[in-house]
Design a protein around this ligand. Structure first.
Ligand code: PMP
Length: 411
């Protein structure tokens, strides 16, 4: 795939005197000029509130906002446009599910099945729900290579299981989970399945119908879009039965003094003035990704991660967490360097202009499971290059040598 770095103006800058290498794409991605232009164009030419006005400007804003919904529908292959709800992001989508579907459907003694590789945003809302209604949380274990233990999943799914909420791709281990298989298992037990697509939707073709998920959630900002916009996809028959998470303007049909009736889905769930510009920006990001083709994005990132994993082997003292080879690996690699704390390593890399994440990556239960307090994480996207990986590897070798030297001095 042709890398299109010049489409991303932010990449052309120096950090600590070095050309910046941005490797924290799992946290948030950078933005192409086309997406930035879409935001500017909207605010410069088309800004008005949606759904209310009968005047031209409002109709234009409404059209673009609703077009963004169509783009999301096509992008994830949802059956109906009304199955796409705009939220603030993955976190809000999951909180809505716990506080609406969860509160309505989950009874004392019911079980919610998560996995050990979940992001906090796919743990804490379920903990709160479980505490509130007296339900139990269970966790699917992992195999030694960090992949999901499907035998354990099978064993932990019972007729008490009502919700299975699992990440599609791990934000730490680079693992992609077999959601379709888990969906079949969940449905056999009469449970619904929620897939957290925060780390998959930006990097691979997603087909919610083929995976047979009941709900699928993701964030715009990790896939070239703006912050503050995300998606909650839900099967229409489930959404139809769900209470809204918030009440107010835009979502109502008629309001009396003591009661109100609500709009049909999806608008019933979008109370108040929505993030219009955010949705339009997400639409532009989807256009950009679609022009490249998600299959090519995946293929290119796979080449990068294959190269990075092989090169990391040449750096002394590196432990990679998760699968050691790149088969079914996303562009996320978590690792540690012996004798160097993850935070020191990230700080030293920053001195070289290389921006990486260090810490628990909002996955503390996973860190406990792996028996580590923190890791460094590099995560690639379509604008990263092999040359950047070479520079990362050279920097890691230099840092290792430096710490070895400093360490032996004080022995
Ligand atoms: N789930 C996963 C797997 C993630 O990687 C993230 C973001 N790091 C989230 C959920 C939360 O996304 P957001 O902060 O955009 O709501």
């Amino acid at each position: 795939m042709k890398t299109m770095r010049s489409d991303f103006p932010i990449l052309n800058q120096k950090i600590n005197g070095q050309q910046m290498i941005y490797l924290d794409n799992a946290a948030t991605s950078q933005k192409p000029q086309a997406m930035i232009n879409a935001l500017v164009k909207y605010y410069q030419n088309d800004n008005a509130n949606v759904h209310r006005g009968i005047y031209d400007l409002s109709q234009r804003a409404t059209e673009q906002y609703e077009q963004a919904r169509d783009k999301v529908q096509t992008f994830i292959h949802a059956e109906k446009r009304t199955e796409i709800l705009f939220t603030r992001g993955t976190t809000e989508s999951l909180n809505w599910l716990a506080s609406t579907y969860g509160v309505d459907q989950i009874k004392p003694g019911d079980e919610i099945l998560l996995s050990y590789m979940e992001h906090h945003s796919n743990i804490v809302p379920w903990q709160q729900l479980a505490q509130r209604v007296g339900a139990n949380l269970k966790y699917i274990g992992l195999n030694n290579d960090g992949t999901l233990n499907l035998a354990d999943a099978e064993q932990k799914m019972t007729n008490k299981t009502k919700i299975v909420a699992v990440t599609h791709a791990s934000n730490v281990l680079g693992v992609v989970n077999p959601i379709k298989l888990l969906a079949e298992m969940a449905h056999e037990h009469g449970a619904i399945i929620i897939a957290d697509g925060a780390q998959s939707a930006p990097h691979m073709a997603v087909n919610v119908q083929d995976m047979a998920v009941d709900f699928f959630v993701f964030s715009g900002h990790k896939m070239l879009g703006p912050t503050g916009i995300g998606v909650l996809y839900g099967k229409s028959e489930l959404l139809e039965k769900m209470m809204p998470a918030q009440y107010g303007g835009e979502m109502i049909e008629r309001v009396g003094l003591h009661e109100a009736t609500f709009q049909p889905i999806p608008w019933r769930f979008e109370a108040g003035t929505p993030n219009i510009a955010g949705a339009i920006g997400l639409g532009a990001a989807i256009d950009y990704l679609t022009r490249i083709g998600m299959a090519d994005v995946t293929k290119y990132e796979h080449e990068l991660v294959t190269y990075a994993l092989s090169q990391l082997k040449s750096v002394p003292g590196i432990t990679v967490y998760g699968p050691q080879d790149s088969a079914h690996h996303t562009g996320v690699i978590a690792f540690n360097m012996s004798g160097v704390h993850a935070h020191d390593l990230a700080t030293a890399l920053d001195q070289e202009g290389i921006e990486v994440r260090a810490g628990h990556h909002c996955a503390q239960p996973l860190m406990q499971y792996l028996g580590v307090a923190a890791t460094v994480r590099v995560s690639f996207y379509l604008y990263n290059t092999r040359e950047e990986i070479d520079q990362l590897i050279a920097a890691l070798k230099k840092i290792k040598e430096y710490f070895n030297r400093e360490f032996t001095q004080f022995r």
